[in-house]
Design a protein around this ligand. Structure first.
Ligand SMILES: Nc1ncnc2c1ncn2[C@@H]1O[C@H](COP(=O)(O)OP(=O)(O)O)[C@@H](O)[C@H]1O
Ligand SMILES: [Mg+2]
Length: 213
């Protein structure tokens, strides 16, 4: 059965789609068979593939359609994949409980700003409800678009930590490479920015280590 990783946060603009694409690319480059499900009706990933699909990096991506009728358990039949990443919408979609029910991990990207830190409440509550139904479900928060000023980041992290979910050791900094990379390749792994490449590699390994524990 594939490992199913959902990226979720009820707010838009926190990095769900960006991290979905970067993790996908990281795992593919490490020889894992991966697919993405774009569960966002605005469909940023499907749109990007449609627009940029003639570029090499974008043309050969494995994208699975959302299962019809909300039958998310059907993803378990895709046994040819090691990992399926689900990019979820920027609102509390009614699909989320069934998405979390089939997930092994819910990765919650949190933008490093007080308002965004406060906004994760409902996503975290939903994940905690799903954990009661699905005891295999794990979850963690990854700080994204982190600024250099450390005391500020610490304050934001303290707000986030109150939810009791683990926070990833890996932090993703605010870097142009993450926006720019989408035009060139689908992730920062094809970019010159070595620090961005290291961050994604660290996030990818940290996540797999938790799942393999
Ligand atoms: N670490 C980062 N550094 C700089 N820009 C980022 C970073 N992560 C995401 N972005 C940018 O922020 C915007 C929102 O990211 P996106 O992945 O679309 O969020 P979501 O899917 O949660 O709505 C995009 O323009 C993206 O390029
Ligand atoms: Mg998105």
């Amino acid at each position: 059965m594939p490992i199913i990783i959902s990226l979720s946060h009820q707010k838009g603009g926190v990095g769900k789609t960006t991290l979905t694409l970067n993790l996908y690319d990281y795992y593919v480059r490490n020889g894992l068979k991966c697919a993405i499900v774009d569960a966002d009706v605005q469909g940023s990933i499907r749109e990007a593939v449609a627009v940029l699909g003639d570029q090499d990096d974008w043309s050969n991506m494995d994208i699975i359609d959302m299962p019809e009728g909300g039958k998310w358990e059907r993803l378990e039949d895709y046994t040819e994949y090691n990992i399926i990443l689900i990019d979820t919408p920027p609102y509390l979609s009614q699909q989320l409980p069934s998405i979390f029910a089939v997930s092994d991990f819910v990765l919650i990207p949190c933008k490093s700003s007080p308002l965004d830190a406060l906004a994760i409440n409902q996503t975290v509550d939903l994940v905690k409800d799903s954990m009661e139904e699905n005891p295999n479900l794990q979850s963690g928060i990854v700080m994204n678009m982190v600024y250099h000023s450390t005391d500020f980041n610490e304050k934001v992290e303290n707000i986030v930590a109150e939810h009791g979910l683990p926070i990833f050791k890996t932090k993703i900094a605010n870097r142009v490479a993450y926006s720019k990379s989408l035009f060139i390749s689908r992730s920062v792994l094809g970019e010159k920015d070595k620090k961005a490449r290291e961050e994604i590699a660290n996030l990818g390994t940290e996540l797999l280590n938790i799942l393999n524990d």
